[in-house]
Design a protein around this ligand. Structure first.
Ligand code: PEP
Ligand code: CO
Length: 461
């Protein structure tokens, strides 16, 4: 591997799947030139900091919470929408931190999650066939020929939307919004209505008491209680965009993506010899890779060799999304295969993408029970193997939508029509998200034994 960023023409020659076809190539090139001139959204040092945190998760000393929209939209780049997503993630993180007794690494599917891989190139409605919606970075959601036409200008809008989102997130997490002393306030309205309200209130009361005690004895937790680290991640899907935001860091001379702290490669674009792997393997950011039921252990080993040849701690996060009925069977061979190569990766469970189904009225949904069943399978497998369940990856929103069925408020199939607002996959609403956090917390409590955790019991290697 060299420290150079691969040429864009060479990447295009690998015929990457899931790329938009633009009619006006001169316009595309103009946009890409402009993107290349724009400042970084994140800094190399922040990416290194996240990588160091992830190395702790790989070693069993931290837990990852990665979550946000399936597809961010330009319309949802508003203070209210961003704040709601952030506070759901922060509340979940508090619940998990308290239970796991290890730090929780908070990573949003935010500030860059504007492009979607799709299983079909076109969509049909009432006999009309149009290009499928590929995310706001590519085309419009509206079902008209003009909206569905890929427009390169949207790449620039994605950059600015990511910048605006990240700017607000940074202000929130460092400017007092994330202050643990104010936890009750930032959650006041939504937690009170949630079925998990009494557990949450008990938790905040305990934290308040602990903080008051520390103040009494003269200990001030300082910034640790007032600010949090929050990282941005997205699927690195659009080769043109990702290439334009790949830069050589002036401090170290090494190439990084400056478009997000962590980038992941999706299930549909993770070919070992493909363009996505080729670009990302040259970047020094921490990387994720999604793994579905079709993956053989040898595929994952080949991917790990390509993306993490130096076995660098924190470099690779494997995000599995098998489905509730398959996780117990499919996860162990993968964990064993990677352990046999001597690698320590973060194992993260995405309990969403293997559990999607369609109901009569044409809504794509997921059942809360399937989501928790996949998580249970994930925790059981790691308990059996003696490995650390490194984290969870969830699609959620801060709004009170009805997109996933079940949960304590028992959203039914008939309820889906009430508030079905996603432009892509169904997301957990804020109550379901908090409920999920308590379920995961129950699995985590008592699990952490940071002093003697081993990556894998030697007898199973
Ligand atoms: C996603 O995370 O929205 C997604 C498309 O996932 P996957 O690549 O795992 O299908
Ligand atoms: Co999705």
């Amino acid at each position: 591997m060299t420290n150079l960023i691969p040429e864009l023409d060479g990447l295009r020659a690998l015929n990457p799947p899931q790329q938009p076809v633009y009619h006006d190539l001169a316009e595309r090139d103009r946009v890409l030139a402009q993107l290349r001139s724009l400042p970084p959204l994140v800094f190399a040092g922040e990416c290194d900091h996240l990588k160091a945190n992830l190395a702790q998760a790989a070693a069993g000393r931290a837990f990852i919470l990665q979550g946000g929209d399936c597809a961010e939209t330009f319309a949802a780049v508003t203070a209210t929408s961003i704040q709601r997503r952030l506070r759901v993630l922060l509340s979940m993180a508090v619940v998990l931190t308290y239970a796991a007794e290890v730090p929780v690494i908070k990573i949003g599917r935010m500030a860059g999650q504007f492009a979607k891989p799709r299983s079909k190139a076109t969509e049909q409605r009432d006999g009309v066939e149009l290009p499928v919606y590929r995310g706001d970075a590519v085309n419009g959601f509206e079902f008209t020929a003009s909206a569905r036409q890929p427009d390169p200008e949207r790449l620039l809008r994605s950059y600015y939307a990511a910048a605006a989102t990240l700017n607000l997130v940074r202000a929130f997490v460092t400017g007092g919004f994330a202050d643990l002393h104010a936890m009750n306030l930032w959650n006041a309205d939504f937690v009170r209505q949630a079925p998990v309200a009494s557990r949450y209130e008990q938790l905040t009361a305990e934290i308040d008491r602990a903080l008051a005690f520390m103040r009494t004895i003269g200990v001030d937790g300082g910034e640790a209680f007032r600010q949090v680290d929050f990282f941005a991640s997205h699927e690195a899907l659009l080769i043109d965009y990702e290439h334009a935001l790949s830069r050589v860091d002036s401090r170290t001379g090494l190439p990084y993506s400056v478009g997000g702290h962590l980038l992941w490669i999706g299930e549909r674009t993770r070919q070992s010899a493909g363009a996505h792997v080729e670009l990302l393997r040259h970047l020094r950011n921490p990387l994720g890779v999604k793994i579905g039921p079709q993956a053989e252990p040898a595929d994952l080993v080949a991917l790990a060799e390509a993306l993490d040849p130096d076995r660098e701690p924190g470099r690779l996060t494997v995000i599995t999304r098998f489905g509730a009925s398959k996780v117990r069977q499919l996860l162990p061979p993968l964990v064993k295969a990677l352990a046999a190569t001597g690698r320590q990766v973060c194992w993260v469970c995405d309990p969403m993408h293997g559990n999607t189904f369609e109901v009569g009225a044409g809504y794509k949904t997921r059942s809360f029970d399937d989501v928790t069943a996949e998580l249970d399978g994930f925790f059981d497998v790691h308990a059996d193997l003696g490995t650390w369940p490194g984290g969870i990856h969830v699609e959620l929103t801060g709004d009170n939508v009805t997109e996933c069925v079940g949960g304590a408020l028992d959203v039914s199939e008939a309820d889906l029509a009430h508030r079905y607002e996603t432009v892509c996959d169904p997301r957990l609403n804020r109550q379901q998200s908090l409920e999920l956090a308590f379920r995961v917390a129950d699995r985590l409590s008592g699990l952490a034994q940071p002093t003697d955790r081993r990556p894998l019991a030697p007898e199973i290697v």
